[in-house]
Every structure is written in C-alpha cells, then in structure tokens.
Design a protein around this ligand. Structure first.
Ligand code: ADP
Ligand code: ZN
Length: 293
C-alpha cells in the first residue's frame, strides 16, 4: 500500500509518501505560514500521488477526540491563524481517503514502537525536549488518550534549589516545559543550548527536571522503554545525568532491571533520528485503514 504522512510543525511542514515498511519514497518540506497559504501546497503534493490513506501528526493542542464536535481541529494555539482550523476535515474533503489525526509526539511514539527503539514492545513513551516539551505514550499497543491527548510537558516539578528563573510557560510559568524546554535554557543562561555544551551546571539542572518528569511517567504508566528526542536531547552527555537522577529519585523502590542495571538500555535516544514524526504518519495511516475495514 501507499501511504501519505504530514508532520505539521510550528515552523515547518513535512509531507511524505511511503509504505508499510516505514520507507520514505518522496518528501517535501515547506515553511508553516497561514493555513490558506500552506494547505493548498500540501493538497497539491498528495493529489499527484495515488495514496490509500494518510496520517497527520500535528503541533497542538488539537482535538483528537472522535466523539467531539470539534474533532480534527487545532485548538488554542498561539499561532492565531491556525486557531480552530479544521485541519482533518479539510484534508479528508480534498483527498477523499481515510485520514488519521494525532499529535506530532504521538506519531513519533508510533514510529519508534513499530520500527525504532521500542520495536517489539507493547508500550513506550516518547518525549521531545525542543521548543516545547511534549510526550506520547503507547500502552497495550494503543496511543494513550482520554478526553484529549496527554499534555505531559505541563506537569509541575520540584524546583532546583539554585534555579531563580521564573519559567516561560504562558499558562503555568514554572511547569516542566517552562523550566526545561530549549527556550528556558536560553533565557536562563543567556545562550543557546548548543553553546552551553561544556557548562556542567546547565545540564545538571536540566537533568534534575527531566528526571523528575520521567519518574512521574514511570510511576503512572510503566512504559517498557523511554525514548528522548528533540533538539536538546542532542546533548548526548545529558543521558547519563538523567539516568543517574532517575535512579536517585526512585531510590531502589523498583527492583526490575530496567530501573537498575539495565537503565542505559531503558532511557534511550531516538532510534529513527529525525524521521520518527514522518514515519509515524505511515503507521497511523495503516491503523486508520485497519479500523475502517
Ligand atoms: P522543534 O521543537 O521546534 O521541533 P527542536 O526539537 O530542534 O525543534 O528544538 C529546538 C530547541 O532545541 C531550541 O530551543 C534549540 O536551542 C534547542 N537545540 C537544538 N539543537 C540543540 C543542541 N545541539 N543542543 C542543545 N539544544 C539544542
Ligand atoms: Zn505549562
């Protein structure tokens, strides 16, 4: 079968064609402008190809609840031109094929669990630490979702005793995203993350926050693998710091090897590099067809 995938980000849109093996055969990248400027280009790309189904992984917040009257819309994003935009509906009407719709972190989680670092497992958690922080979880082979998709970047964390930065989340100030996403690092230390690679204090504080988040996710979800992606996770030396702090916080409570001697293989970088979001769109497309048949 031939699948389409849209990775809709706040700064760029990636559209691709692929198959059920996760192989990308063609792709284009375009800047995210208003829907009126961006979507016709997207439609044009896919109309040229005879695809069987399509999966969309979108920036959020979005309505993923299939029983909701606003299902498939982008909700209260700071990108005003996209607020309430009926993304799914427009694509479905134009292409007239089954279309799956979820968050960008959910498609990345789907790809990593099908082809990447969590291949063969029934559960995993994918977290991105980039311009924002978000996570998608797969539990019993299904994306975790209730009233809406999870918003795991906005959990409340204990403050580092030496951190005097207010936090930049417009809603909560010092939630996890407000204290630990890429822009928080830049605002707190006055330089971008990659320029601070050698500053131990920066990464000790970053790991302090990320480890707390992972402990919350572990205790609630118990995923079989935790995969960390996003620009900030390119700092490879963060991983041992995070694992160490997770161990400290769990303090021996869990005796399973994943939380102890096998932790290096439990909290890991992405397996699919930058392509998880787009490949996950193919997985979502295949799942959408399977549900409709
Ligand atoms: P987005 O979240 O917009 O999809 P990224 O995942 O690349 O994009 O995240 C961008 C953020 O990650 C920025 O705040 C940037 O400063 C930070 N970042 C990107 N590359 C690195 C790096 N190598 N080291 C540390 N921080 C980085
Ligand atoms: Zn927040």
């Amino acid at each position: 079968m031939k699948f389409g995938s849209i990775e809709a980000g706040g700064t760029k849109f990636v559209c691709a064609i692929g198959d059920e093996t996760g192989k990308i055969t063609e792709s284009i990248t375009m800047p995210t402008r208003t829907p009126a400027e961006t979507i016709p280009e997207v439609i044009e790309f896919f109309k040229k190809e005879k695809i069987d189904a399509l999966g969309i992984g979108s920036f959020g917040p979005i309505d993923v609840n299939q029983t909701s009257p606003t299902y498939g819309r982008i909700l209260n994003t700071p990108k005003l031109a996209w607020q309430n935009y009926p993304f799914l509906q427009v694509i479905e009407e134009e292409l007239k094929i089954p279309v799956g719709f979820t968050t960008d972190v959910n498609t990345a989680a789907l790809a990593e669990s099908t082809y990447g670092a969590a291949k063969g497992l029934n559960s995993c958690l994918y977290i991105t630490i980039g311009t924002g922080i978000g996570a998608g979880a797969i539990v019993n082979g299904q994306l975790l979702q209730g009233i809406s998709h999870p918003e795991m970047g906005h959990i409340i964390v204990r403050r580092h005793p030496e951190d005097h930065f207010d936090g930049f989340c417009p809603f909560h100030h010092d939630c996890l995203e407000g204290l630990a996403a890429g822009p928080a690092i830049e605002k707190r230390w006055g330089k971008k993350g990659f320029e601070l690679a050698d500053d131990k204090k920066v990464w000790e504080m970053e790991a302090y926050y990320i480890a707390q988040a992972l402990v919350q996710y572990i205790t609630i979800i118990m995923p079989e693998k935790i995969i960390i992606g996003g620009g900030v996770a390119k700092q490879a030396h963060l991983f041992p710091l995070i694992r160490q702090k997770v161990k400290e916080l769990l303090n021996g409570y869990f005796t399973q090897p994943q939380f102890n001697e096998q932790i290096d293989d439990y909290i890991v970088p992405v397996g699919l590099d930058g392509d998880a979001g787009i490949i996950g769109g193919f997985v979502l497309a295949a799942r959408t067809i399977a549900k409709k048949d």
